[in-house]
Design a protein around this ligand. Structure first.
Ligand SMILES: [Zn+2]
Length: 341
C-alpha cells in the first residue's frame, strides 16, 4: 500500500513539499527577450555566439563544435592541453551571467516563487542570477520556498568553515567575512556532486525533499547527455518516495509531447503525470500557494477547491497585496481553500 501524504484535514494543510526543478528552458521562458538591459540569455546551442567566445576558442585552434557548448566543453575538458582554455571559458561565462539583471516588472520567476510556500522547494540547474534576484525582492513576504542551486550559481556565496550560505553581497553571520563564490558545474559527463561541500549540500537537500514530495514539476529541463548522473540521482530518490503512487509529476516544456514522455517515462507512475507547454498550467499557478492541498482535496478527499490564479498585473506590489489573505491563513495555520478576491 502506498503511504498517504501528511495531510491535516482539520487545518486543511498538506505538509508534503511541492518540488520544482528548473532547467535552461525555464529561464528562457521567463526572459525570452533577455534581461533588464536586453542582455540575451544564452543557451547551450548559442553560448559561443552570444557570449562571444569564438576569438578565445580560435586562439587555441578550436574552430568547430560551436553549435553545442555542452559537447564542446565536455571534449575540451577531457584533453589536458586545453586546461587553460577551459578556465578562460569558465571565467567568460561566469562574467556574462553575473551581469544579468531582472527586469523591473513582475516576472515568471517572481510568480513561481510566490506560488509556493516554505515547505516547498525550487531547485535550479541554471547559473543566471534571476531566481536569486527574485528571492531578494520578494523575501519580505516570508514563507517563500527553499531555493537550491544544483550546478552552482553566479549569485550565491558560502563560508565553508561556518557552513553558511547566502547571496554574494552578504557576509558570514559567524565570522563576518564576505561570502565566497560557489563553483559553477560545467557540462562534463562525469560531474562531481560530492567533493565541494556547497554542491554536496544542495544535492543532499534535493534528495531529502524529493523523497517526501507530493508534487514534482520539471520546468524547462531536458536532462541532457552531460547530466546522466543528475537524472539518475533524481530518479533513484524519486523511486524511494513512499507517496509516489498517489503523487503527481508535471513536465513543463515546449518540446514535442512524445519526446518528453519518452525522456521522463521512468519517473511516471501509471497516468499520474501531466505535460504542459506553459508553467501557467501548473497546479501551483492554478492554486497559488496551495498546490499540494488542492491536489489532495481533489484526488483523496473528492472535495476539489476552487481555482485561485494570480491577478493579471505586472505590478509586484499589487500581486503581494493580493496574496495577503493567503499569507494570513498561513500565519494562523488554518487554510480555507477560498480564492483571493
Ligand atoms: Zn564564516
Amino acid at each position: 500500500m502506498p503511504s498517504l501524504p501528511p495531510l491535516d484535514i482539520k487545518k486543511n494543510i498538506n505538509y508534503a513539499p511541492h518540488v520544482v526543478i528548473l532547467g535552461a528552458g525555464a529561464s528562457y521562458a521567463a526572459f525570452p527577450h533577455g534581461d533588464k538591459n536586453g542582455r540575451v540569455l544564452p543557451l547551450m546551442r548559442n553560448m559561443v555566439e552570444i557570449i562571444g567566445l569564438e576569438p578565445l576558442l580560435q586562439s587555441y585552434g578550436v574552430t568547430t563544435g560551436y553549435e553545442d557548448f555542452e559537447s564542446l566543453y565536455d571534449s575540451l575538458a577531457a584533453d589536458a592541453k586545453y586546461k587553460d582554455l577551459t578556465i578562460e571559458l569558465e571565467n567568460a561565462v561566469l562574467a556574462y551571467f553575473a551581469e544579468m539583471r531582472l527586469p523591473d516588472e513582475a516576472t515568471l520567476y517572481d510568480l513561481l516563487l510566490l506560488s509556493l510556500r516554505d515547505k516547498d522547494v525550487i531547485a535550479t540547474f541554471n547559473w543566471d542570477p534571476f531566481l536569486a534576484d527574485a528571492v531578494k525582492r520578494n523575501r519580505h513576504i516570508k514563507n517563500l520556498p527553499r531555493i537550491l542551486f544544483l550546478h552552482g550559481n553566479v549569485d550565491v556565496g558560502v563560508c565553508v568553515e561556518h557552513r553558511s550560505k547566502g547571496f554574494l553581497e552578504h557576509s558570514c553571520s559567524t565570522c563576518g567575512q564576505p561570502l565566497k563564490p560557489t563553483p559553477l558545474l560545467f557540462p562534463v559527463k562525469q560531474k562531481d556532486y560530492t567533493t565541494n561541500p556547497f554542491i554536496k549540500n544542495e544535492w543532499d537537500e534535493i534528495q531529502f525533499f524529493l523523497e517526501k514530495a507530493y508534487l514534482v514539476t520539471i520546468f524547462g529541463y531536458s536532462a541532457p547527455a552531460t547530466d546522466v548522473e543528475a537524472k539518475e540521482l533524481l530518479l533513484n530518490t524519486w523511486k524511494n518516495n513512499n507517496t509516489r503512487e498517489l503523487a503527481e509529476i508535471e513536465i513543463i516544456n515546449i518540446r514535442p509531447r512524445e519526446e518528453l514522455e519518452a525522456n521522463w517515462s521512468e519517473f511516471f507512475v501509471r497516468q499520474h503525470y501531466a505535460v504542459f507547454d506553459k508553467i501557467g498550467y501548473s497546479l501551483s499557478f492554478k492554486y497559488v500557494r496551495r498546490s499540494c492541498e488542492a491536489f489532495a482535496m481533489a484526488t483523496l478527499q473528492q472535495a476539489p477547491w476552487k481555482e485561485n490564479n494570480f491577478p493579471e498585473t505586472k505590478s509586484l506590489e499589487e500581486i503581494h497585496q493580493c496574496l495577503q489573505p493567503l499569507l494570513v491563513e498561513e500565519d494562523n495555520e488554518q487554510l480555507t481553500g477560498e480564492p483571493c478576491e
